[in-house]
Design a protein around this ligand. Structure first.
Ligand code: ADP
Ligand code: MG
Length: 138
């Protein structure tokens, strides 16, 4: 089983979408291997999104990600990284396919409700950024 990191972002938590999004995750056959609430500091958000530090939206993104509570999740299933990205949909909800989480719930390209790792190396980094080995089951 492959593991990936998912985040239910501040816009999703603020609008009481935790249950609806978790229902879609479980409905697609993912197992929740770890889960916790957190409110990130801007410093923690900057460390998490370090790959984007040169991008023009980096300051806004890290302010937004630290603006309210998030749900941090480790999801497990076969092909979890790609399957979770497919279920989330495109970064910009205007481009996201019908039936995806971002199409149905995202506010805009920044407040797009969920995060998902994009490759095995980033999944490993992102999972270890938020979870110790003993917090992950299965
Ligand atoms: P994804 O989350 O789909 O992997 P990226 O890794 O490219 O997308 O970007 C990380 C996050 O940065 C996005 O999910 C979104 O919240 C924000 N973001 C990406 N592109 C933009 C943009 N052009 N303007 C504002 N925010 C953006
Ligand atoms: Mg990304």
């Amino acid at each position: 089983m492959e593991k990936t990191l998912a985040i239910l972002k501040p816009d999703a938590v603020e609008r009481n979408l935790i249950g609806k999004i978790l229902e879609r995750i479980e409905g697609k056959g993912f197992k929740v291997a770890a889960m916790k609430m957190a409110q990130l500091s801007q410093c923690e958000a900057k460390g998490f999104y370090d790959v984007h530090k040169e991008r023009p939206f980096f300051g806004d993104l890290t302010s937004y990600m630290s603006s309210g509570p998030v749900v941090l999740l480790v999801l497990s299933r076969d092909n979890a990284i790609k399957e979770w990205r497919d279920l989330m949909g495109a970064t910009n909800p205007a481009d996201a396919a019908e039936g995806t989480i971002r199409k149905d719930f995202a506010v805009n390209i920044e407040k797009n409700s969920t995060h998902g790792s994009d490759a095995p190396d980033t999944a490993a980094f992102e999972i270890s950024y938020f979870f110790s080995q003993t917090e992950i089951v299965g």
